[in-house]
Design a protein around this ligand. Structure first.
Ligand code: AMP
Length: 216
C-alpha cells in the first residue's frame, strides 16, 4: 500500500488531485480541512472554536488535527492514504511519522505541488463545490454545464467556503510559508520529496503524480 502526502499552498490543487487518486486507484483521502469543516457543523464548543480559527485563515492546533488523523489511521489500517492538507507543521510531520511506524506503515512519497501566488488568488476566489458529492468547480475555468447543477450527480446545492476570500487567503498563505513550507526541506532530507508543476493542466499534473507513484 502506498501512502502519500500532497503538499502545497491553498489552491494548489491538492483536493482535486486527491479525488482523482481515490477514483483511479482506490486510495483513501484524508483531508483534515474536510474533517474540520465537518466538526464545525457539530455545534459543539470545539466545533465553534474551530470555525472561528478557520474563518480567519489560521491553523487549528496540532493537538486537534493529530487527534483526527490518529482516529482515521487506526480505524483503517492498511493504508493507501492520501494525506491532503496534513501535515502542516513540523510537529504534525513528526507525529505522522510516529503514528505510521506505530501502525506498521510507511510514508512512500511527499508530492509538492508548485504554484505561484498570483495564480492562487484567481483559483481560490472562483472556487465552489457541489454540496452533495463534493465535485470541485470554478467560475472561470471549470463552470458547471448547466448553471447551479452539478455535472457529476445532478445536485443543485453549490457551496463556497467561508475562508475562500482574499483576506482569509492572505492569512492562509502566510501560515503556509511560515509553518508548512519548512516541510519541503524536512521531507527532502528524508529522501521522500518529489515536486510537480501544479500550474500545468489538470491531466498533466495527474500524469506527473502517477509517474511518482509508479516509481515507488
Ligand atoms: P484546507 O481545506 O486544507 O484548505 O483547510 C482549511 C482550514 O482548516 C485551514 O485554513 C486551517 O484553518 C484548517 N486546517 C486544515 N488542516 C489543518 C492542519 N493540518 N493543521 C492545522 N489547521 C488545519
Amino acid at each position: 500500500m502506498t501512502n502519500i502526502i500532497l503538499l502545497g499552498p491553498p489552491g494548489a490543487g491538492k483536493g482535486t488531485q486527491a479525488k482523482r487518486l481515490v477514483d483511479g486507484r482506490g486510495m483513501v483521502q484524508l483531508s483534515t480541512g474536510d474533517m474540520l469543516r465537518e466538526a464545525k457543523t457539530s455545534g459543539t464548543e470545539m466545533g465553534n472554536r474551530v470555525a472561528e480559527v478557520m474563518a480567519k485563515g489560521q491553523l487549528v492546533t496540532d493537538e486537534i488535527v493529530i487527534g483526527l488523523i490518529e482516529e482515521k489511521i487506526t480505524g483503517h489500517a492498511g493504508g493507501g492514504f492520501i494525506f491532503d492538507g496534513f501535515p502542516r507543521t513540523l510537529a504534525q510531520a513528526d507525529a505522522l511519522g510516529a503514528l505510521l511506524s506505530r501502525t506498521g506503515q510507511t510514508l512512500d512519497a511527499v508530492i509538492e505541488m508548485q504554484v505561484d501566488d498570483t495564480a492562487l488568488v484567481a483559483r481560490i476566489t472562483g472556487r465552489f463545490t457541489c454540496g452533495s458529492c463534493g465535485a470541485v468547480y470554478h467560475d472561470q475555468t471549470k463552470p458547471t454545464a448547466k448553471a447551479g447543477t452539478c455535472d457529476v450527480c445532478g445536485g443543485t446545492s453549490m457551496v463556497r467556503r467561508a475562508d475562500d476570500n482574499e483576506d482569509a487567503l492572505k492569512q492562509r498563505l502566510m501560515e503556509y510559508y511560515k509553518k508548512t513550507s519548512p516541510l519541503i526541506g524536512y521531507y527532502y532530507a528524508k529522501g521522500k520529496l518529489a515536486s510537480v508543476d501544479g500550474l500545468a493542466e489538470m491531466d498533466a499534473v495527474a500524469a506527473a503524480i502517477a509517474k511518482v507513484l509508479d516509481k515507488r
